[in-house]
Design a protein around this ligand. Structure first.
Ligand SMILES: [Zn+2]
Length: 324
């Protein structure tokens, strides 16, 4: 590494330390310091270095890049869909990346822009060739008439949780392949071949999932955060309410009273939650008798969800089992 890059990395680490100091205590700070001193140069020099925000995106990139691309995910997959805690190790990984692969639609708005600022890597800034927004061309649900972050809504560009629909995810895979080819055209033939194989594999699974998910058609559900609308759209489920007041905004007591009333009247079969505190789902179950189900918001971390396909399969299986 040349001295300018080394200086930049030290600077980035100091900045992230400052950010961590603001939000955490000394023990965590020291742990973070120790972690930041670990060697981070994990990939071989010949490989393209890609960083993805979420494990499902890293997995899809791996299917297309195979041995040519070394891809790492920043999130582990169990975090809150919008609140990935920042680790000092993120900075050097982003500093050295050739590509940054994101869900887009402001899904990562609370954590990626700050990291980009300290990572000092012009290749992966928004608008540059190395910045791959996987949402391009995906039909967006719950898109607002105008961009509005008023009152804390964290879905200002519409719902960003499209990965739960495997058909939309085919567009995401095409976007990743296009990004790889744009940056490394000498590998175009390999990326295209791998993409086509992966799309064919997804098509096989989609046909299987359509059959498997037949019992989900027509069921009503409530969710904590509005994150399953694309799955519902694909497999015929109907959301009738959410625990949050708006995406990212915890409910008021009045909202809970109304929700209890609605659950009693409409009798949805399931209340789905994810990384959130189970206190409110349990309280609603006690008051209404609704069945509560925990699903993973993203793939990764668990053996049964450590690839994109396994995550969708596990999610549908869990839903079907919960209804039987
Ligand atoms: Zn969300």
């Amino acid at each position: 590494m040349d001295s300018a890059a080394a200086k930049l990395e030290v600077y980035g680490r100091i900045l992230v330390m400052k950010m961590l100091l603001k939000q955490t205590n000394w023990k965590i700070f020291l742990l973070a310091l120790a972690l930041s001193c670990l060697p981070t140069d994990l990939g071989s020099a010949q490989q393209i270095r890609a960083v993805a925000s979420w494990p499902a995106l890293a997995d899809i990139t791996r299917q297309i890049g195979k041995e040519v691309v070394n891809v790492e995910s920043l999130a582990t997959g169990v975090e809150d869909a919008h609140g990935v805690p920042m680790k000092p190790s993120f900075v050097p990984r982003m500093n050295r990346a050739d590509l940054l692969i994101l869900i887009g639609l402001d899904d990562e708005q609370t954590w990626i822009p700050g990291l980009l600022e300290v990572a000092g890597n012009p290749k992966i800034l928004p608008g540059q060739a190395g910045y791959i927004d996987c949402s391009v061309g995906i039909p967006v649900l719950e898109a607002p008439a105008r961009l509005d972050r008023a009152e804390g809504d964290i879905h200002p560009k519409g719902n960003p949780h499209y990965l739960s629909d495997p058909v939309r995810t085919k567009t995401c895979a095409r976007n990743i392949a296009a990004g790889l080819i744009r940056n490394f055209p000498r590998h175009q033939a390999v990326f295209e071949k791998n993409l086509n194989a992966y799309l064919a594999e997804l098509d096989n699974w989609i046909a299987r999932w359509e059959k498997m998910a037949a019992p989900l058609r027509g069921i009503k559900y409530v969710e904590y955060h509005q994150e399953w609308v694309y799955l519902a759209d694909r497999f015929g489920m109907k959301r009738i309410g959410s625990v949050e007041l708006r995406p990212g905004v915890e409910p008021t007591p009045n909202h809970i009273v109304n929700l209890v009333e609605m659950i009693k009247q409409e009798k949805p079969q399931l209340l789905i939650y994810g990384a959130q505190n189970p206190r409110l789902p349990k309280q609603l179950a006690n008051e209404t008798g609704i069945k509560v189900l925990r699903l993973y918001s993203g793939g990764g971390n668990q053996p049964e969800t450590d690839s994109y396909i396994k995550w969708v399969d596990h999610t549908l299986r869990t839903l079907v089992q919960a209804l039987s």
